[in-house]
Each structure stands twice: as structure tokens, then as C-alpha cells.
Design a protein around this ligand. Sequence first.
Ligand SMILES: [Zn+2]
Ligand SMILES: [Zn+2]
Length: 353
Amino acid sequence: MEEMRSYQVTEWDKPLQLRLRERPEPKGAEVLVKIEACGVCHSDVHIGEGYFEMGHGRKARLEDTGAKLPLTMGHEIAGTVVAMGPDAKGTSVGVRGVIYPWIGCGHCAHCQRGHDVDCETPRSLGVRADGGYSNYVLVPDGRYVVPIDGVDLNLAATYACSSLTAYSALQKLPPLLPEDRVLIIGAGGLGLAAVSLAPLLTAGRVIVADIEPVNLAAAQRQGASMTFDSRTPEPAKALKEAAGGSFRAVLDFVGSTDTAQLAMGVVAKGATIVIVGLHGGSIEVPLPLLPSRNLTLRGSYVGSVEDLQALLKLAREKKLAPIPLATRPLADINAILDDLRKHRVVGRVVTVP
Ligand SMILES: [Zn+2]
Ligand SMILES: [Zn+2]
């Protein structure tokens, strides 16, 4: 039987190590999936470092939230079910699917309602449980295998994080009219996914800001009505001038001090700001601003299994413009993570074991 070959974090902030183990047998409700593709997400750069920057030099350590080493990262997994535990249901051997990775404990009130994402003791694949930088992954329940049914497998893999996150964030926008401006900050994998989904989920006019001309060009190709290089001095003022006014909504897919400040600087009264990116940092918000300008400042984290099913449906109906994808061998994973760290990736890299 083929052994399990996984690239693992064995020490925080060190290159991943290839570790060979016996192929696991699924127990109980578990299913074993043979991995055909796993997308490489920018958040793996931070997960591998072992912490997220919380601003003012404070760090949120993954170890303090239940992550343990060694850990196989990778949460954009697609593959084929090859074995099922004795109590497994919701899928069957031979099903090709994308794996919903944001898995909760399975028994709290949130999990019971299918809101795994709000579970306080998550078992997310690639973050707290072993994920996709491997040739096999154990999935706790068959219902997390969402059949791809004709969708390109590499593309489907990326839906588990970037597109799912973009879809869920877009659903947090208030109802908008075509003349309402929506700012998308950050045109990496997440931002580009949002640009391609936006016409399906909001009537607002999408404008994209980034600091990399190559990302802005990609956003333009993806259908943004206007792009803006936010390295400009006084970016908030310049952006409002260029766009013809202030914004009804901002989706910040970077989540840094600079981008959140830009968001706060461009919004109209009654606007919604959704922070999605986990770059890290902090801003000072004068509290009277929130009521007096009637602002909504909120976060959005990934999405639900239902959101992932809805995305696959959109993909099957060919309503989604594919994001730029490159496939590379899984063995290159450390080089790929390094490229992400140095902002040398446009769109998404998908690894193939
Ligand atoms: Zn991700
Ligand atoms: Zn739970």
C-alpha cells in the first residue's frame, strides 16, 4: 500500500520537512481522500511562522489556540475518496470532491447548525489538523467532501479558501445600487476571487486598490471597473477623487494597518467595512465615528459548507471567471511559500503531489 508522504511544519518558522508515514485507515465517520491538488494560500506563510501579528508588536500564537506540531498545512484540497470508516456517510468511494476544511468540533451549538466556522474548538484541516500538503488526508466526515461534478479539479481546490472567503465576505455587504462604489483592497488570490464573484452577488461598482501594478493589471482583466495604486501619497483622498466620491462598502482582503486606514478614510456615511485579510496590524478608531457616521466595521472568516456547495454550483453553471492558476509539484512547497512571502505570485499556485 502506498505510504503517506506529507510536507510538515516540524518547527515553527522553519522550512517544511518531508515525512513518510503509513497510510492511515479511516475510523468511525472518517473518510480518507487521495489528494490530487492543494492550493497554496498566503495564510500558510503566517501559519508556518506560528503566529499572527496583532499590532503593537503583539502576536497571537497558534500554539495558544490548540495547534500542535508536527502539522501538515494546506487547506485548499481536492481529491478522490479512497476509503471510508465503518460509520462514514455523506459520500462514497470514488467521489471526486473539494474538501471543506473549516471543520468544527461537530457537537457544539454552532456545529449542530452547520456553522462550523464559528466553533470555538475548530479542527480546521491544514491549521489544527493535518491538511493537504500530502498525498492523503483524513476528513472527519463525508459531508465535508463536496463533489466537483465536472468542475476543473485544480480550480475547485482553490474554492475552499479564497473563493469561499470572498463569497462569504461579499454576502456581508448591504444591498447596493449600480452607482454605489465598492472598494476591494488587495488583488491577490482572495481579492481576485472577489472581483470575479462580485457581479453575481452585488450590483455595486467594483474598484480595486493594491500596491503591486501586476496585481492591479490582473484585477482589470478580472473585470474591475477601475484600479488604483495605493502607494500614492494621501491614498484615501486620491482614491476618492479618482473614483468620483466616497465608498458605500469596503472589503479589505489585506487587513493591515495601512489598508484599514485607507478603508476608514474613503467610506461614506452608512458604509460597511469588512476586514477579511489576516496580514495583521491595528488602527485607532475614534468611537464617535461609528455612530455619527453610521458605520459598520466587521470581520468575515472563510464561509460555510453551504457556501462552498453554492460556489461549486456557480462554477458548474459557468458563472465564475476562473482566477489565474499555476500548478507546481508539491515537492516545491518551500519555494512556493517563499515566493508568496516575497509577493512573487499572481493568483493561485496549486500543488500536485
Ligand atoms: Zn487560505
Ligand atoms: Zn463546534
